[in-house]
Design a protein around this ligand. Structure first.
Ligand code: UDP
Length: 457
């Protein structure tokens, strides 16, 4: 995939959204672009600050987000996003002004901004300095379509959704039900619609880069192309497979000891359990998960992220009891090298919250999913995994150890699980095809490189 260096260097200023599920794909994209001859500067916030020493090939600048250091964890996602978009603008402007001094006429360098869709303030900065910008969407196309539906429903006065409508399908949004809409990450509807409007008001962007594939979400991408027809879209997924050698961008330390535990397990026997970097659970939910895993009789690798349980101290005892009960059949870690785990031959299923990265990482390895979404786009992805792609099973309703046990066994040992596994393997093959020289993602990436060169020089 490596291409010759552009004659004049083009510096790309990449602005990730400061959450793990956004940082990973942006740094993977950065690695690919760097390998293709671009110079890379990453602008990151103090909140969930990155580790520059792991990426000596990039230049880093810090954006002053003015977030209080200690109590951001109690804020809802919408409040953090609005604050970041308001507060970071001044320091990005300063950085772009300084860079513009070094780039442009006679400098041998030109410049372009690539920003996460949630860092929409970058658009205004790019416009002010006459710099080209591209948006990187790190969620599914289905999530985008469902967010646009939220705007429509809000205008029709149908939000918040009434309790009795939750199970109904949303008109023109098959197979999504009202309860699948990405409403819950931002508690206040006005804040949510404001964020969505800002995200999709493409006024100045030159193009959209998308971590999806046209064959995976054909009708969703077509709907989007019809709506935003004025600019090109580059679907390049799965970005984590494009630059597999890129250094870890984990905010938490990965515990690799679980890989040697996995080496000792029978092929495809382990259910890997991880609910991503943001989901919060109650102690009761952890108990039901733990005892469901114990009773399933399947080997399991369970990630219990520090701070993921309200009042964390209370779960130490639960985890200790589970560990004592299962002995070597279970392995519990605080954070795993997830891509390696999913690629390990011992893993046969993934109990996931269905964040978009986790979903793509699982499909890329042919691993079927047990879906337990929490908020945001996760419910949309879970619905597609279970009802459209048939590669997983949804665990709905209150978390209950009997349902957990049943769900795990359905995915891991029963006939329906075997069929899901076959379909997941088919997805893995199709993804591999997309990444071949003439595959859709490889072609899209080549076109993206050519496009950036064309519009910046
Ligand atoms: N991840 C990881 N180790 C873990 C759990 C998650 O490295 O123990 C990574 C995972 O590979 C993915 C990201 O964290 O790239 C989570 O992103 P996702 O979109 O799945 O969910 P989010 O954390 O945004 O809810």
């Amino acid at each position: 995939m490596e291409r010759p260096c552009p004659p004049k260097r083009c510096r790309l200023l990449l602005v990730p959204c400061p959450y793990q599920g956004h940082i990973n794909p942006m740094l993977q994209l950065a690695t690919f672009l760097h390998q293709n001859g671009f110079s890379i500067t990453i602008a990151h916030t103090f909140f969930n600050s990155l580790h520059p020493h792991r990426h000596p090939e990039f230049t880093f600048i810090r954006l002053n987000d003015n977030l209080p250091l200690d109590d951001v964890s109690s804020w809802d996602l919408g409040s953090v996003l609005l604050a970041v978009n308001n507060n970071c603008r001044a320091s990005l402007e300063e950085a772009v002004a300084a860079m513009a001094g070094k780039t442009g006429e006679g400098s041998g360098e030109v410049m372009c901004i690539i920003h996460d869709e949630l860092m929409y303030f970058c658009e205004a900065v790019a416009s002010r300095f006459g710099v080209r910008s591209l948006v990187f969407r790190t969620t599914s196309a289905a999530a985008c379509v469902s967010r646009c539906a939220i705007l429509r429903l809000s205008a029709e006065g149908r939000l918040p959704v009434q309790k009795e409508s939750l199970e109904e399908e949303v008109p023109n949004l098959d197979p999504l039900r009202f309860k699948d809409l990405p409403l819950s990450a931002v508690s206040d509807i006005t804040k949510l619609t404001q964020i969505i409007l800002n995200m999709y008001a493409i006024n100045t962007s030159s193009a959209v880069i998308w971590n999806t594939m046209p064959w995976l979400e054909p009708s969703e991408l077509n709907k989007i192309k019809a709506k935003f027809c004025q600019i090109p879209i580059f679907p390049i997924a799965p970005i984590h497979k494009i630059s597999p050698t890129s250094s870890s961008s984990s905010l938490l330390k990965e515990d690799s000891t679980c890989l040697s535990w996995l080496d000792k397990q029978a092929p495809k026997s382990v259910i890997y359990v991880s609910l991503g970097s943001v989901a919060l659970l109650t102690k009761g939910e952890v108990e039901e998960m733990g005892w469901g895993l114990v009773n399933s009789n399947q080997p399991f690798l369970w990630v219990v992220r520090p701070g993921s349980v309200r009042g964390s101290d209370a779960i130490e005892l639960v985890l200790k009891e589970v560990e004592e009960k299962v002995g070597d059949r279970g392995c519990i870690v605080q954070w795993a090298p997830q891509k390696e785990v999913l690629g390990h031959g011992g893993v046969g299923g993934f109990w996931s919250h269905c964040g978009w990265n986790s979903t793509l990482e699982s499909l890329s390895e042919g691993v079927p999913l047990l879906c337990r979404p929490f908020s945001g786009d996760q419910r949309v992805n879970a619905r597609y995994v279970s009802c459209v792609w048939g590669v997983g099973l949804a665990l709905e309703g209150e978390l209950d150890r009997k349902e957990v046990e049943k769900g795990i066994r359905r995915v891991m040992v029963e006939e329906e699980g075997r069929k899901m596994k076959e379909r997941a393997m088919d997805f893995k093959r199709r993804i591999e095809d997309s990444l071949k020289e003439d595959g859709s993602s490889s072609c899209s990436l080549k076109q993206l490189v050519d496009f950036i060169m064309r519009v910046t020089f």
